[in-house]
Design a protein around this ligand. Structure first.
Ligand SMILES: *Cc1c(COP(=O)(O)O)cnc(C)c1O
Length: 818
């Protein structure tokens, strides 16, 4: 076993040679004429060589320890750029920076050449990436299992203010340098076909599935590098291929071109990530992706387990499978099928093993996001799996009948099958019934899961429903993205806070220190300047860094209420124009968000904000008081520039709708003050930072439910409140869209006549909270104090803590220090 850290064995001269060798031998460029991209690729590849070696060594070392592992199954891993982060994890950032400088280049310029692998939509995928980082940082044995999409989340641009989507070819023509293909791990996956009964030698009646189509699953490993330790864990992403290079029979008949058709079709399976966030579409190809992901991953887990000579009876002692939302639910009947049909287990034994292996994380209560699949479709695509689901259902319903005799309503509600035409399989119910633990992602959310989503299951299976509050990795979301604040913190906080984020609490005693306040605000200003430079270069808009930078960055969704923010901006605009006595500190409102391509209202809201930006930014009467910037193509690398520059963090979802949020945590950690509702993890952020250091507004969950239950009439608010009326009337008129007065009526009509997310009901209190912010910012010392307290008090939201909570309450793993 190795005892020295990577930094200790790092040899600068060797690394330099490796970069040069890759530059010429891998990428065919010469030092004299190489492009920045060529240098980046050569450097990333030299680094990747080290990581891939460490991956193999960690795997071999872990085998000897007999350690239990968690397998994190997620359809999305929004990892962002890897190279800079890996340099920090290996603690060789400054050494490599020197090497690059010796070539006459700048490391940060090289790092800018890496395209984000955007293999996720938003929070759920980013969470999976933070969890992998925190698992390996604490040497908790883990494998991440996902899909190797050819195209990640679409690239967004604006044409006359409207969102346009383009494919995201994240690997580039040269291939992605931070990954390695693993032909040794190839799997085969069947689809369609039929199931038949047969008798084995002992006269047992068994079932056999004969698929009518097979594809090949090829594994790519992305090494996840442990922070200042010797461990490197795999993020294993499956890519779909036809089983053979082409159809040999056809090839021999001379039909060379058509012989390759199957390759084209099979490759489509992992071609593209579905761009929906918190919304299910029910497409066959999506279900095929899900099964492909699960079949490859389950087979790989069993391969590892069996290759060590372990019995399948002991599976749950060595492997836990954590399902990130219901997207990998089909792994449950897949494991049952393999145990029963391939390994000859009887139902009860297979069920026992399976039930102790799976755990499930719920991410949403939104009805449109709760997955259901038609039983007819599953029955055709995966006929054996549908039989198994029906059997799991039958046994569960027996339990329900025993517990609540004669209660037909309970049977109807808990059934895995939603009756009707067509019959639909409720994937969340299947997960709850088949898992040993089910968790929500923030305290409030987990309470609502128990109380509103699964109250009967909570009675039927006491202690199964748990909470684990989400977190973010402090390595990427402070140390790497905010070097200025990191170095200030390191001057004042003892110990490696990037390893133990609770250490930041010692900064609380400096919150009232005038000198420290000045330093803290100078860092904030520097980060605002960095963002302003980016905006100036890329968008041609000049920002005043004395203004309050007010940031809302997240997927575009009605429940996240970017339109509440917009209405407030419009009301400020009108006040500045019409009320000579109105005073406000200059404010820059910054947005970034992608809308799902099929979500018309979300796209209209993007257009409306872009039109408002154009109108306000070009109105000479407004001068520098108010600016609106919508930064295109929101992604991890953009978040890394915006978050350190935020003064105000907008977390304004309708109470009860945002399960946790993690953008809220990132910004608080970087010294932004939150304006937010009592929703998701905002509730716990408030607990940590104190009520005086956060701007809470709006209805709480109970009021939201009551308001909606009692018949909500937004039109009354519209007619009663002239500020709201004037702002909405701007959407009806043509101030924002000259020549097209109806272009934004969809948003206005939705708010006046329906407003399902209570934008109008919360508007007045939201505006009040913003006025509080304006007042608070004028006292710079007081503001600095509040910002410092925020950064110092959110250690709880490190994903290291999330991982320890999962370990203590669900996974029961041991850290293995290599
Ligand atoms: C953190 C993050 C999210 C999640 O943001 P929320 O505000 O919690 O919705 C989405 N996308 C990216 C790129 C992120 O970094």
């Amino acid at each position: 076993m190795r005892t020295q850290t990577q930094a200790a064995v790092f040899d600068k001269e060797e690394f330099k040679k490796s970069v040069l060798a890759h530059l010429t031998d891998t990428y065919a460029q010469l030092p004299e004429t190489a492009t920045t991209r060529g240098w980046y690729l050569a450097m990333a590849k030299a680094l990747s060589d080290m990581n891939i070696g460490n991956l193999a060594e960690t795997e071999a070392a872990l085998i000897k320890t007999n350690a239990k592992k968690v397998n994190y199954l997620s359809m999305e891993f929004l990892i962002g750029r890897m190279t800079g982060n890996n340099l920090i994890a290996l603690d060789i950032y400054s050494e490599v920076s020197e090497v690059i400088a010796e070539f006459g280049l700048n490391l940060t310029d090289l790092l800018e050449e890496e395209r984000d692998p955007a293999l996720g939509n938003g929070g759920l995928g980013r969470l999976a990436a933070c969890f992998m980082d925190s698992l390996v940082a604490q040497e908790l044995p883990a494998v991440g299992y996902g899909l190797h999409y050819e195209y990640g989340l679409f690239r967004q641009s604006f044409e006359n203010g409207e969102q346009k989507e383009a494919p995201d070819a994240w690997k580039g023509m040269e291939g992605y340098p931070c990954e390695v293909v693993r032909p040794d791990l190839t799997q085969h996956v069947g689809f369609w076909g039929s199931v038949e009964s047969y008798q084995d030698g002992q006269g047992n009646i068994l079932r056999r599935w004969t698929p009518s189509m097979y594809v090949e699953g090829r594994a790519w490993d992305i090494p996840v590098v442990g922070y200042k330790n010797n461990s490197t864990y795999p993020l294993r992403l499956w890519e779909c291929h036809a089983p053979a290079p082409f159809d040999l029979a056809r090839f021999n008949e001379g039909d060379y071109v058509n012989a390759q058709f199957s390759e084209l079709e099979a490759a489509n399976l992992t071609k593209v990530l579905y761009p929906n966030d918190n919304h299910e579409q029910g497409k066959v190809l999506r279900l095929m992706q899900q099964y492909f992901h699960c079949a490859c991953s389950v087979a790989d887990i069993l391969r590892r387990h069996l290759s060590l000579g372990r019995s399948l009876e002991s599976l749950s002692e060595f492997e836990t499978i954590q399902l990130n939302d219901t997207h990998p639910t089909i792994a449950i009947p897949e494991l049952m099928r393999v145990l029963i049909d391939d390994h000859g287990f009887d139902w009860d034994k297979a069920w026992h093993i399976s039930r102790h292996t799976f755990a499930y994380t719920n991410h949403t209560l939104l009805p449109e996001a709760l997955e259901t699949w038609s039983a007819e479709l599953i029955g055709r695509l995966l006929p054996r799996h549908m039989e198994i689901i029906f059997e799991i259902n039958a046994q569960m319903l027996e339990e329900v009948k025993t517990k609540w005799p004669g209660d037909v309503e309970k049977l109807r509600k808990l059934s895995l099958i939603q009756e009707g035409a067509p019959q639909m399989v409720r994937m969340a119910n299947l997960c709850v019934v088949s898992s040993f633990a089910v968790n929500g992602v923030a305290a409030l959310h987990s309470e609502l899961v128990k109380r509103d989503l699964f109250p009967e299951f909570n009675e039927l299976y006491p202690n199964r429903l748990l909470n684990v509050t989400n977190g973010i990795t402090p390595r990427r979301w402070l140390k790497f993205c905010n070097p200025a604040l990191s170095s200030l913190i390191s001057q004042h906080v003892d110990g490696d806070w990037a390893k133990d984020l609770d250490l930041l609490s010692s900064m609380n005693k400096l919150a009232g220190n005038k000198k420290f306040q000045k330093q803290f605000m100078a860092v904030k200003k520097q980060n605002k300047q960095r963002l302003a430079d980016w905006v100036s270069t890329n968008m041609g808009i000049t920002l005043n860094t004395d203004a309050i930078f007010d940031v809302q960055i997240k997927r575009l969704h009605e429940y996240k209420r970017q339109h509440l923010n917009l209405l407030h901006i419009l009301s400020l605009y009108q006040q500045l124009l019409n009320d000579p006595g109105f005073e406000m500190h200059p404010r820059v409102f910054i947005f970034a968000a992608k809308a799902a391509p099929g979500y018309a209202l979300a796209k209209d809201i993007i257009f409306a904000i872009n039109r408002a930006a154009e109108t306000i930014n070009n109105d000479p009467r407004i001068a520098d008081k108010l600016k609106v910037v919508f930064i295109p193509d929101y992604r991890v690398s953009l978040a890394e520039i915006i978050i350190p520059a935020a003064d105000v963090s907008e977390q304004i979802s309708t109470a009860g709708k945002e399960a946790s949020g993690t953008g809220n945590m990132k910004m608080a950690l970087n010294g932004a003050l939150t304006i937010g509702t009592m929703d998701g993890a905002n509730v716990e952020i408030r607990e940590e930072v104190g009520d005086d250091n956060i701007f809470i507004f709006g209805m709480e969950v109970e009021q939201v439910m009551e308001t909606l239950a009692n018949g909500y009439h937004p039109a009354e608010i519209y007619h009663r409140n002239p500020v709201i009326k004037n702002a909405i009337d701007m959407l009806y008129g043509e101030t924002l869209t000259p020549g097209a007065p109806d272009r934004l009526a969809s948003i206005a009509d939705n708010l006046v006549h329906s407003d399902p997310y209570l934008v109008l009901a919360d508007f007045a209190d939201y505006a009040r909270a913003h006025a509080d912010i304006d007042r608070a910012y004028r006292d710079q010392s007081q503001w600095a104090k509040m910002a410092i307290i925020n950064a110092a008090s959110v250690g709880k939201f490190s994903s290291d803590r999330s991982m320890r909570d999962y370990v203590d309450t669900i996974w029961h793993l041991e850290a293995i220090n290599l």
